[in-house]
Write a protein that binds this ligand. Sequence first.
Ligand code: HDL
Ligand code: ZN
Length: 448
Amino acid sequence: MPKRLTTRTAVEKTVHQALRDQPIVDMHTHLYPPTFGTPVPNRTGKTDRDGLMLWGLDELLTYHYLVSEVYRVVPAHSRKGGLAYEEFWKLSKQQQAEHIWKHLFVERAPVSEACRGVLTCLELLGLEVGKNKDLGKLRKWFAQQDPSKYIDKVMKISNVESITMTNPVFDDNERERWLKGAELLRGDPRFKSVLRIDPILRDWPKAAKKLTEWGFNAGDGKTLTQKNIEEGQRFLREWLDRQEAIYMALSLPPEFRYPAESGEAADKAGQMALEKIILPVAAERGLPFAMMIGSKMRVNPALRDAGDMVGKSDVQAVVRLCAEFPKNKFFVTLLARENQHELCVAARKFGNLMIFGCWWFLNNPVLIEEITRMRLELLGTSMIPQHSDSRVLDQLLYKWQHSRVIIGRVLADKFTDIVDTGWPVTDEEVKQDINRLFRGNFLEFLAR
Ligand code: HDL
Ligand code: ZN
């Protein structure tokens, strides 16, 4: 029998319990099952230097967020003992981890969100790192894990029921693995695939050249004939089938405009690739197209994955695409804090637009709180508040734990606000809405 909630305390208790109990569908990660190989030493002994499944202590400590943070403390160029980038990249993964541990954890308080995240992971794994800061001892525990069983453990503790991968077809390592044996790679139904195609819009001429090399005649990159369009569509259909992808995705620079503003032939061709290749195939299959806009790649190339930057995007490009392609479904997340309000208002105008997550540089408590409040106040529960973006399996533990606490605080306020008007809120309703936010809205939008 549903129980009516009449006080803030009752609401808070219900919200936090419902969040703990709610199985999560994580709609955007960079995680992989063991069939994609793992470079991490472990009890199975089967390691693969270029393996894609990252997990364990040294991967946690060398997450690219922490690489950029340690270069704040020990600069690359300094008269007093810096560490040149190329020297850092020459270190082993363990040596890199030790360098980060020393400078960001031992010699100063690990208060940044990425540092704190490592501590939350270790705490949730029961490793009592406060009692023992010796990496060697911690490493021994991880080396005893079997990757397959470790996935079960991490998904259980984090209560994540489904992991949505990012599968970049233009990445040679990943593509070759799919070509070798797609069925092997899809052995674990808890992992869903996403066809990631950034180069098609970030650099159509280069992408067209690659497609042609792979046997799909996509033209010269400056013009798109009907044949090129058909071949580009054939490429997408073939890879969507191979991966059994549940949506298509790409990230875009802050300069992305629709329609393309530059008179450049390549930009015009890229716009045609969007209009004639990507969106028609997505629409025919009822697949959402995810645009993650605002990432300026490699502003500091020496930092590699850690060298990307945020920039303010043009939300009107999203508005025009949603308006001009009503049969397409769009997942959109923007990287700049300054774009969040305009994106929320855009979502009020288009039912084919589902906004999601506090992406990358927004995935910090202060911004998760601000953005979630804004979304609930403007959109109610018709949005997807978070994804983890995890690159290392263990990060599911901290990214979801931290977000549950913050989103829970906001939800408790919002439910209490309506309880205060005399509106009858029950525990069942709270559970239903939390299911919508952390699972249902995503699955329903896929099926729509
Ligand atoms: O483009 C993306 O999917 C981003 O999430 C990048 O992978 C970024 O490097 C990242 O890991 N952000 O968390
Ligand atoms: Zn990502």
